[in-house]
Design a binder for this molecule. Structure first.
Ligand code: C5P
Length: 234
């Protein structure tokens, strides 16, 4: 089956408090987006990857990609206001022959090859898959005044990660329905589940965290100083 990579990278990174788009922040001297793409390069998924970028930074993203991957071709697409809009734009830019799309946040630079492969296999089997990890903390549901409402059974809770991998027809239908109903989610697998279709949960790793805040960024730098994710057991 033809597999194509889609990287939403159009976030401004406001929670990082930086001027540079988050995806281009240097991690161990290399832009985060490049580190993320390297995880896919090892399994041959770089060619024609679709990357969403902020509308006023398309040229900058193109320059950075050409600098690090001289021989690869990418499709740089304008992102939207929300992550879901960016992914939707990216889905419109897929090769017509693509059957499986892997959607992975630029802000998760330590994804393992095993998780990527497992998500592809699961999407082939059941149409949709997301990488996730069982939660280790007890999760509380609170109300608007910060009073406890309920404590869901931890044994059934997973923390969502990416990649989220889909048969292209499935994720396109899910985005079309969400758009029609004016629903905005924070990930893509939830849109498939809203249609009533199955999504397989595939085991991720704690190191596949999303670099969101300055403390996440400091942790990512420390991991690289120790020699990278394969040298750190989490
Ligand atoms: O905002 P959040 O950290 O959840 O974003 C996850 C990923 O989605 C990041 O890689 C970010 O660049 C991307 N994103 C996007 N378009 C947006 C918002 C986020 O491509 N409008």
């Amino acid at each position: 089956m033809n597999v194509q990579l889609l990287i939403p990278a159009a976030g401004a990174g406001r929670r990082m408090g930086a001027e540079t788009p988050k995806a281009l922040l240097a991690l161990g001297g290399v832009p985060m987006l490049i580190r993320t793409l390297e995880c896919f390069q090892t399994i041959g998924l770089l060619e024609e990857a679709v990357i969403t970028a902020p509308h006023d930074r398309l040229d900058l993203f193109n320059d950075v990609l050409q600098q690090f991957f001289t021989h690869s071709a990418f499709r740089i697409v304008e992102g939207g206001a929300e992550r879901q809009d960016s992914v939707s734009n990216g889905l419109s830019a897929l090769e017509p022959a693509t059957e499986i799309v892997i959607i992975h946040d630029a802000a998760r630079p330590f994804v393992s090859a095993d998780s990527i492969q497992a998500s592809i296999d699961a999407a082939r089997d059941c149409g949709a898959a997301t990488v996730a990890i069982p939660v280790v903390d007890t999760i509380l549901q609170g109300d608007e005044n910060a009073y406890l409402v309920s404590t869901p059974d931890r044994r059934q809770l997973w923390a969502c990660q990416t990649p989220q991998t889909f048969r292209v027809d499935v994720i396109r239908r899910a985005h079309t329905l969400a758009q029609k109903e004016g629903y905005t989610g924070t990930d893509d697998a939830s849109l498939v589940r809203r249609m009533g279709e199955p999504v397989k949960l595939v085991m991720g790793t704690p190191l596949n965290f999303k670099v969101t805040t300055p403390s996440d960024y400091a942790l990512a730098e420390m991991i690289l100083e120790k020699g990278g994710p394969e040298c750190v057991s989490a």
